[in-house]
Design a protein around this ligand. Sequence first.
Ligand SMILES: Nc1nc2c(c(=O)[nH]1)N[C@H]1C(S)=C(S)[C@@H](COP(=O)(O)OP(=O)(O)OC[C@H]3O[C@@H](n4cnc5c(=O)[nH]c(N)nc54)[C@H](O)[C@@H]3O)O[C@H]1N2
Ligand SMILES: Nc1nc2c(c(=O)[nH]1)N[C@H]1C(S)=C(S)[C@@H](COP(=O)(O)OP(=O)(O)OC[C@H]3O[C@@H](n4cnc5c(=O)[nH]c(N)nc54)[C@H](O)[C@@H]3O)O[C@H]1N2
Ligand code: SF4
Ligand SMILES: [Mo]
Length: 581
Amino acid sequence: MSKITACPLDCYDACGIVYDEGKLKAFKDGHTNGFLCPHLNHYESHARIEKPRYKGQEISIDEALEKLADIFSSTLKSEILHYRGSGNFALMQGVTDHVMAQIGTYLTNGSLCDGAGEAGIIEGRGSNKNMPLREIAKSEVVVFWGRNPHVTSSHILPLLKDKTIIVIDPVKTKIAQQADLFIQIKPHTDIFLAMLLYRFLHIEDAGDDEFLKEFASEYEDYYELTQTIRIKAILEDIGMTLGQIGDFLHHVIGKKTAIVCGVGIQKYRDGADVMRAIDALAVGFGLFGKEGCGVAYLGNSQEAITSPFETKKAKRVSKVNAPFDEFKTVFIQGSNPLSQMPESSRVRQSIEKTENVIYFGLYENETSEIADLVIPAKTFLEKDDVRTSYSHNGMMIMHKQKENDIGISEYDLAAFLAEKFNVSMKSEMEYLEHFKNHGIVKIDGSFEVENRETIPYQDGFDTDDGEFVFLEEFEVPQKVDEGEFYLITTKSPTSLNSQFHRDSHLYLNSKLGFTEGSRVKLLSNTGEAEFVVKINNNLREDCVLVHSGAKGVNMLTSSQHSYEGKNAIFQENFVRIVKID
Ligand SMILES: Nc1nc2c(c(=O)[nH]1)N[C@H]1C(S)=C(S)[C@@H](COP(=O)(O)OP(=O)(O)OC[C@H]3O[C@@H](n4cnc5c(=O)[nH]c(N)nc54)[C@H](O)[C@@H]3O)O[C@H]1N2
Ligand SMILES: Nc1nc2c(c(=O)[nH]1)N[C@H]1C(S)=C(S)[C@@H](COP(=O)(O)OP(=O)(O)OC[C@H]3O[C@@H](n4cnc5c(=O)[nH]c(N)nc54)[C@H](O)[C@@H]3O)O[C@H]1N2
Ligand code: SF4
Ligand SMILES: [Mo]
């Protein structure tokens, strides 16, 4: 039995793993550099759901499957919603979509994660082809723009040695503390910064003219758009100086530069435009199609892989504001919507009207608590799979490492339903082979997804005419009023969204006058939630921070969509703070 597998979590790094004598160790070759991260180092210490249950009563797995079949048989298929999250990022998770779509249930579309940024990238470039880790390794300058690598993508850190680091973030993160230039930007003002930088690049005549003429010929029009910004007022508002604009340009001009973006910049209604303005800046510098240059975001982990699962005909509702109450049965897989979807009170009210809530997952949480039928899943160590990444081109084969009687795999659950409802599907081996056949062994021995360009956009962009499409207009973001704060909700070092150790503190700058350990209530237009305060002076005074996965944080967030990309807008709402004791 091969000891090799890979971390299944929704994380940029997609680390290769060796499972040896009951221990999870990093696969030494490639980007892991021999280390995993706290989530995987303690993976097997987290209590999981071992027994299925129906209406609170423990039942066997066979009984649970029969119950599932009964519920599905007694529901019109158009009254069933299959809501799948990203608790496990491996490719076989999608097999249930195939079976559900053939049965005739609804699936979801939209995104809780990166959809707005992706929409912006596609509008500008015509496709979302990511700058992979290996290319970032060749850069001289790395700009972290709304990305927190120490927490969310730590395997990029060893690649940064001797590089110039620039960080643009409202929080003085660990990488910001080490940076050559740190701009502690006011939240939701990145579009101004990106446009101002473009404007000064143009004024200094330091852009890559040859590149612009060939691949972005509308650049003069875009320059005009950037001229609509009032420099002094905007700099003051963002919280930066003209000197910092100069420093940024000075660091980047003529250097191989990677702009590494995260989801922080796009948790807003106009998230697509923000991403597109950052892309436009990269275009101005001529950073596309060249070695060690580019913009890294969350790439499409399934780029260049055809899906063996047939889901085209399925009807869909949005992942962001799914109307659970319009369904009689909701089947939830790999997700904790009662915590992770925006506007938790709406989610709860809506899902409580559903007759049958089925939860198929690993851990107890808000969603398992209200579920009528709970079906434990197998962990990644107990099933075969294949995974890819949204930040590198590796394809990792995930060999099963152990057998036990707990839970059921996604493939086996799908196969059970397929048999009951007469749906055709292939064998597990055929699906796994299908995915593996999209991989190719590279000269250095690594196994990568075939047909992905290592340096994308070398022959221009994937738009109709091969040219970059600049923004033609933009919306001025709303500002906080007196007494209101920007709510920043970032990823926690101790949890993977709502999996593992969830940190439910509210972080505040000490200048706001609250004491550590005191209890406060946050109020927004959507709802309210209580938190215990922790002081963090790395925050701006106009911001409060609560981690993703924190209990109550999504009571405060709105379930509207971004203008483009059908994404959640977790940071669009402002909050007020009320003392409790
Ligand atoms: N430990 C850990 N790792 C994770 C996850 C986790 O939950 N825990 N989740 C995984 C998932 S699902 C994802 S999508 C990725 C996300 O990975 P990241 O994109 O790195 O995640 P975030 O923490 O959401 O945001 C990154 C940074 O954006 C900043 N930010 C917030 N608002 C703004 C803004 O308006 N402008 C700018 N410039 N910056 C802003 C935040 O302060 C934060 O430092 O991480 C993955 N990795
Ligand atoms: N306020 C706020 N909310 C956010 C975010 C934010 O930054 N701020 N981030 C958003 C983002 S980027 C994302 S991606 C979403 C993530 O939200 P979700 O997709 O809901 O992810 P998790 O919270 O990680 O919950 C995953 C669940 O998957 C289950 N699971 C794990 N492995 C397996 C498996 O192998 N099989 C099965 N069947 N189940 C499994 C576990 O039981 C776990 O409870 O949250 C979003 N919500
Ligand atoms: S860094 Fe990401 S991929 Fe690597 S072990 Fe940790 S969670 Fe998994
Ligand atoms: Mo995400």
